[in-house]
Design a protein around this ligand. Structure first.
Ligand SMILES: NC(=O)c1ccc[n+]([C@@H]2O[C@H](COP(=O)([O-])OP(=O)(O)OC[C@H]3O[C@@H](n4cnc5c(N)ncnc54)[C@H](OP(=O)(O)O)[C@@H]3O)[C@@H](O)[C@H]2O)c1
Length: 271
């Protein structure tokens, strides 16, 4: 990976996060990373902050690259692929983070047999706590998938899924940060209702969710087992859980993932 030249097409929010993650993890030196974007101010900022190479000509930038990461908005992907197609050969790995754009869409616009990996990251990647799912195209080898995974491991946690589950990933971890914010806000409301100042309540709520998540990820014990460990007979926690069950929190979250998945599927059909 260290010797590879990486080009990121689109230096927006996610493009920056990916560049920063690659450098922080030492996967490449700044001189081996180029960001190509149409906004000169953005490029000047990225060059100043990360010392990466910059370009405004996507095709020229991608010509010598080993890994081409597509990080423009989904509506711009078609145009970018048209530009890149002449210089993308089988020796290059194409990694796309464009939400809702199938591998087939990309493959059809490039020469035959190009290795492609599709990734669905999420916004906590901004703070190194992302959750990204990866799916490999037919022409991508295990090594290609591992290379792409290495990049997103630097931004949080990764999983590999079949591509037809990407809409479900979108409904869970893609949209999930918003569910998390609502839960934090609601817990904070509860704290305020029962007398805590707002800032104190929100801080406690957010850190509690972060801590619970970390306890799970560090132990990999079933969430039910971890819950039982803090739920003493006749105690405070079981009283709280009874209220959550009565008001359907669990069912609401299941349905949130279902609704967001179905919406992602609809968007994929152009609705
Ligand atoms: N943000 C997220 O949470 C998230 C999560 C999962 C996946 N994604 C995916 O990540 C991708 C990037 O999202 P983002 O939030 O980082 O978007 P963004 O901030 O708008 O970044 C895209 C950048 O690409 C530039 N650009 C547009 N057309 C270009 C072209 N032809 N060549 C080179 N650069 C071009 C844009 O310039 P202009 O601003 O001038 O258009 C912008 O600077 C999207 O496909 C999105 O679906 C994002």
């Amino acid at each position: 990976m260290k010797a590879k030249k990486i080009v990121i097409i689109g230096g927006g929010k996610m493009g920056e996060v990916i560049a920063a993650g690659i450098l922080k993890a030492g996967l490449a030196q700044p001189g081996s990373v180029t960001v190509s974007d149409i906004v000169p101010d953005r490029l000047a900022y990225l060059k100043g902050r990360y010392a990466v190479g910059t370009a405004q000509d996507n095709r020229k930038a991608a010509r010598d690259a080993d890994i081409v990461i597509l990080a423009v908005k989904p509506q711009g992907i078609g145009e970018v692929l048209e530009e890149l197609a002449p210089v993308i050969d089988r020796k290059k790995l194409v990694v796309s983070i464009a939400a809702g754009i199938p591998i087939r869409f990309i493959a059809e616009r490039l020469k035959k047999g190009i290795p492609i990996v599709r990734v669905m990251p999420n916004t906590p990647a901004l703070v190194g706590e992302g959750a990204a799912a990866l799916a490999a195209g037919e022409a991508a080898s295990g090594a290609d998938l591992a290379t792409a995974r290495g990049i997103f491991d630097a931004l949080g946690v990764t999983v590999v899924v079949k591509e037809d589950l990407m809409d479900t990933v979108t409904g869970l971890s893609g949209s999930g940060p918003a569910y998390g914010f609502i839960i934090i806000d609601a817990l904070s409301d509860g704290g305020v209702l029962m007398g805590l100042p707002r800032d104190v309540a929100t801080k406690l709520a957010a850190q509690t969710l972060l801590g619970a998540a970390k306890l799970y990820l560090d132990s990999l014990k079933h969430p039910g087992e971890l819950r039982d460990m803090v739920t003493s007979p006749g105690g405070t926690t079981i009283a709280g859980i009874r209220a959550l069950e009565k008001h359907g929190l669990r069912s609401a979250l299941i349905q949130a993932v279902e609704a967001a998945t179905l919406r992602s599927q609809e968007l994929g059909r152009g609705k």
